[in-house]
Design a protein around this ligand. Structure first.
Ligand SMILES: Nc1nc2c(c(=O)[nH]1)N[C@H]1C(S)=C(S)[C@@H](COP(=O)(O)O)O[C@H]1N2
Ligand SMILES: [Mo]
Length: 408
């Protein structure tokens, strides 16, 4: 936005207070960044007990002093993992991936059709859907493209921000399919979104009957438009792409439909020239979020290393941390709750002696699956693969306390 600062000077000159100038600035369409710069915010009172506080509000906002935001990159945006506490990603910071933008959908006019190889095809309104018994589950989601593009370079947000974890509420798809009456011989479903991309993915019937949700709730309120309002299919533990947002149609069929998203995209081209298809499950992965690239330690002494671990195949059983570049590993503490197919937060008490060190984490899930070192992963997959990056991430702590990506 042009001439933000001079606009502000003009407002100040005209004699209005700084707070009013900011409001006026926002109305005048100043760039959001400009309006949020902490330097131009009015200071908080020295003693808040001496000032009447703000009135109650209709819809809450976080403190104006909190600055962590998603990094938008056109059709996706990255969660600030370094700023997260606990295991739940607030809906406003949940990563986004849209192939044709966020559609504007009136829930009263939305319909979900269940058809194909069923005895009783259904056309459900949102009211119909909400009359079914509901379930609430905490699940992570990760785009299968997460981490690969930069092979782990940048900050934890820049390199790995295409993942989040939320509480999802909805109806078991299996319940709705049973009501429709799945016919003998059916083995897959095909789900279609109502965005301009008409995102379409095939899901094996066994998974669809097992734990897939038709989710209309996210973190205690209606699912956000960015996440699929008014309803998305949520496929726990599988690559994010298959969780079709804004879902309008589920067809029961007897074979995968070989859609764009399962042929030219979201397949893994191997060194042999053959592509792996339907690589659904997200492998175990962990990240140290503190200390991580871009952060600075204030000097030698005690620190609690903290991070997140998850696996698409179940619960995390173990997280190990290395503070010597992978030569030795020690068990981190897993913070409860430790839920299947959800983030698990880990903590590791560490005394930094002020020398240059490389920090790493490595998780193992309930099936004994773990994370490979970067070289091993690249060797196994070759140079053409674009998805399912779960290599061990290294952060280097320099003597001055600055943390940088050890791959950069
Ligand atoms: N209808 C529809 N569903 C979609 C997409 C889309 O573009 N359209 N993007 C997919 C991809 S690639 C991912 S990683 C996840 C992202 O979900 P989120 O935006 O809620 O984080 O949604 C998937 N479902
Ligand atoms: Mo994705």
């Amino acid at each position: 936005m042009k001439s933000g600062p001079s606009n502000r000077r003009r407002f100040l000159k005209s004699g209005v207070g700084l707070g009013a100038a900011l409001v006026a600035g926002a109305e005048a369409g100043l760039a959001a960044d400009d309006a949020k710069t902490p330097a131009v915010q009015p200071p908080a009172p020295d003693d808040p007990t001496k000032v009447q506080g703000r009135r109650a509000s209709a819809y809450g906002e976080r403190s104006r002093f909190e600055g962590a935001v998603r990094i938008p990159q056109g059709q996706s945006s990255l969660t600030p993992l370094q700023a997260m506490t606990g295991i739940i990603t607030p809906s406003s910071l949940h990563f986004e991936r849209h192939h044709a933008g966020v559609p504007d959908i009136d829930p009263r006019r939305h319909r979900l059709m269940i058809h194909g190889m069923v005895d009783r095809p259904l056309v459900l309104t949102m009211d119909d859907l909400k009359r079914y018994p509901s379930v609430t589950r905490i699940y992570f989601m990760e785009c299968s493209g997460n981490g690969f593009r930069k092979r782990g370079e940048g900050t934890v947000q820049e390199a790995h921000g295409l993942t989040s974890c939320a509480e999802w509420t909805g109806v078991n798809l299996g319940l709705v399919l049973r009501e429709a009456g799945v016919q003998a011989g059916a083995s897959w479903i095909v789900a279609e979104g109502s965005d301009a991309a008409k995102m379409t993915r095939s899901v094996p019937l066994a998974k669809a009957m097992n734990d897939v949700l038709l989710a209309y709730g996210q973190n205690g309120e209606a699912i956000r438009p960015e996440q699929g309002y008014p309803v998305r299919m949520f496929v726990p533990g599988w690559e994010g792409n298959i969780s079709v947002k804004w879902v309008r149609r589920i067809k029961v069929v007897d074979a995968p439909y070989q859609t764009r998203e399962e042929t030219s995209k979201y397949t893994d081209l191997m060194p042999t020239g053959k592509a792996r298809q339907f690589t659904f499950e997200m492998d175990p992965k962990s990240l140290i979020t503190f200390p991580s690239a871009g952060q600075k330690l204030q000097g030698p002494g005690f620190y609690e290393i903290s991070g997140l671990a998850w696996s698409g195949r179940g619960a995390i059983r173990r997280v190990e941390v290395s503070t010597d570049g992978g030569r030795t590993w020690k068990d981190a503490a897993l913070q409860s709750p430790v839920l299947p197919i959800a983030y698990t937060r880990f903590r590791y008490a560490w005394k930094w002696d002020g020398s240059e060190v490389v920090l790493q984490s490595r998780c193992t899930d309930e099936h004994g699956d773990t994370q490979p070192p970067l070289e091993a992963l690249v060797k196994a997959r070759g140079e053409n693969w674009n998805y399912h990056f779960n290599a061990i991430q290294s952060w280097k702590v320099n003597k001055d306390g600055n943390v940088e990506n050890a791959l950069a």
